[in-house]
Ligand binder design. Structure first.
Ligand SMILES: [Zn+2]
Length: 68
């Protein structure tokens, strides 16, 4: 089973249990990565905020790459 990566416009599938495809997921800072797992299923509000933050950080990194 797989689903779409959480990053908008990303066409890659993400593995079950992972929020994003591997290239995007590995860009998420470790602390945030842990926070996402810690709140997944237990604290939907915090989980949603963590996911939004992770998506924002990854998109910022992608944009920085595009300019270099
Ligand atoms: Zn992706």
């Amino acid at each position: 089973m797989s689903h779409r990566c959480a990053i908008p416009f990303c066409v890659h599938p993400a593995k079950d249990g992972q929020l994003m495809c591997w290239p995007h997921w590995r860009r998420v800072p470790r602390a945030l990565n842990k926070a996402i797992f810690a709140t997944c299923g237990s604290d939907p509000a915090a989980y949603g905020e963590n996911v939004a933050e992770a998506v924002r950080i990854v998109q910022e990194k992608e944009e920085a790459d595009a300019c270099s």
